[in-house]
Design a protein around this ligand. Structure first.
Ligand code: CA
Length: 228
C-alpha cells in the first residue's frame, strides 16, 4: 500500500510537530512547511494527497494559498482541510467557497484530526454521483430526474427550492456548504434568495422529511451539511 502524502502548512512549530508526529504514527507520509510561500511552492512541487492549511500565516495567508491552489488545474483536485482559530468563522466561509473541503478549529485533539482526515479520504473515494442518478441515503431516496423524494418509500411533496437544497446537500454527505453555495446551487429561479431564506427553506425541508430531517445538520456560523 502506498502511504498517502499529507502536506502541513502551519507556522506554529509546536502544532506542526504535534500534527506531524501523530500523522506519521498513523502511517501517513508528512511534509511540513512553516510559511505560506514555502507551503505554496511545496504543494505545487510535491502534489500531495491532502493539504492541512493553517489560515493565519505570516506573509501569504491560508486563504490566498487556497485561492492559488484551487485556480491551478495542477493542484485544484488536492483536498484541503483548513485549520482555524475559533474566531475565524468568516474566513472558514470564504475558504469553503474557494473550494476547501473541510475545516478544524484550534485547539483540536490529534485523534479528531486523524478522524477528519480519514473521513475526507473516504468521502473522496466514494464514487462521485452524477447529477442525474438516484441518491439513497439512510431512509431517503432522491430521484433528480423525476424530482421525487421518498422517505421510507413514501413520497414527500417538496417545493422546487427545497428539493434543490436537499439534492445539493445529499450529493456530498459530510461536506459543509455555506448559504451562498446553496444559493448558487438553486439559482435560476425567479425569486431572489437571501441567506435568511435559505434558513427558512431548511426549516421547511426538515419538517417535511420528519424524523429523517435530522440528517440535515446546521453547522453553526458556517452553513449546512447532510450527515455523513
Ligand atoms: Ca498560525
Amino acid at each position: 500500500m502506498i502511504n498517502k502524502h499529507i502536506v502541513i502548512i502551519e507556522d506554529e512549530v509546536d502544532i506542526q510537530e504535534l500534527i506531524s508526529f501523530n500523522l506519521s504514527k498513523e502511517g501517513y507520509k508528512v511534509t511540513g512547511f512553516l510559511t505560506g510561500e514555502e507551503g505554496l511552492t511545496g504543494v505545487i512541487e510535491l502534489k500531495p494527497d491532502m493539504v492541512l492549511l493553517d489560515l493565519m500565516l505570516p506573509g501569504v495567508d491560508g486563504l490566498e494559498i487556497c485561492r492559488q491552489l484551487k485556480k491551478d488545474s495542477n493542484t485544484e483536485h488536492i483536498p484541503i482541510i483548513m485549520i482555524t482559530a475559533k474566531s475565524d468563522e468568516s474566513d472558514v466561509v470564504t475558504g469553503l467557497e474557494l473550494g476547501a473541503d473541510d475545516y478544524l478549529s484550534k485547539p483540536f485533539s490529534p485523534r479528531v484530526l486523524v478522524a477528519r482526515i480519514r473521513s475526507l479520504f473516504r468521502r473522496l473515494k466514494a464514487k462521485e454521483v452524477t447529477s442525474k442518478s438516484i441518491i439513497k441515503l439512510t431512509d431517503i431516496s432522491i430521484d433528480p430526474a423525476k424530482f421525487e423524494v421518498l422517505v421510507q418509500s413514501k413520497p414527500v411533496a417538496l417545493t422546487l427550492t427545497e428539493f434543490q437544497i436537499l439534492h445539493h446537500l445529499a450529493q456530498k454527505p459530510g461536506w459543509v456548504f455555506t448559504r451562498d453555495q446553496l444559493i448558487d446551487a438553486i439559482r435560476g429561479e425567479d425569486t431572489i434568495i437571501t441567506d435568511r431564506s435559505i434558513d427558512v427553506q431548511i426549516v421547511g425541508l426538515r419538517k417535511k422529511l420528519g424524523e429523517s430531517g435530522k440528517n440535515i445538520e446546521t453547522v453553526r456560523g458556517i452553513g449546512y451539511r447532510f450527515k455523513e
